[in-house]
Design a protein around this ligand. Sequence first.
Ligand code: HEC
Length: 165
Amino acid sequence: MRRWIQTSVVMVMWLGWLGLIAACGDSEPVVAPTPEQSSTVSGPRTGSQIFASTCAACHGADGEGADNWMVRDDDGRLPPPPLNGDGHTWHHSDGVLFGIVSEGGLGLGAGSNMPAFKDELTRDEIIAVLEYVKSLWEGKEVDGVPIAQHQREFSETDPYPQSGS
Ligand code: HEC
């Protein structure tokens, strides 16, 4: 009698397991994302996406900057300047531009409202967003020379930092 009970308990447990396994088999199959889907979910963000989410709130949707960008506020700080080529951004080499975005504003005198992004953006993301900023300079010239070309010349001796440095 005891033996019979033991056997039935084991049998019931087995049936339970089989039922569970069968139930799992019925569930929706897991479909692996296609390469295109995974790149939209986790691929690198483009410079324009980074600009829209991280820079546009201060520098304007098209990099136009604040209207009064040359006038210091009551704290002696400068408002966000235009990055679209209407200001003097093109006077800075790649190395200097990288430093401003990575380390934040110039920190001169009263300080600066330009935040440091080194903990938020990778080196490649900083370069991508700066290259996007330069794309806004299309068609802008000084002395008959595109400002992007002036800026490239300044950058020859002061390029973006090497990766890993
Ligand atoms: C919280 C507002 C704010 C955000 C967000 C911000 N900036 Fe700025 N940025 C400033 C201000 C203010 C200055 C002027 C700093 C100064 O001269 O003290 C500045 C200056 C700069 C300069 C120097 C421009 C020049 O002509 O000298 C660059 C380049 C720049 N920002 C790029 C960026 C990029 C790229 C992003 C996004 C990753 C960004 N900023 C996000 C406020 C901001």
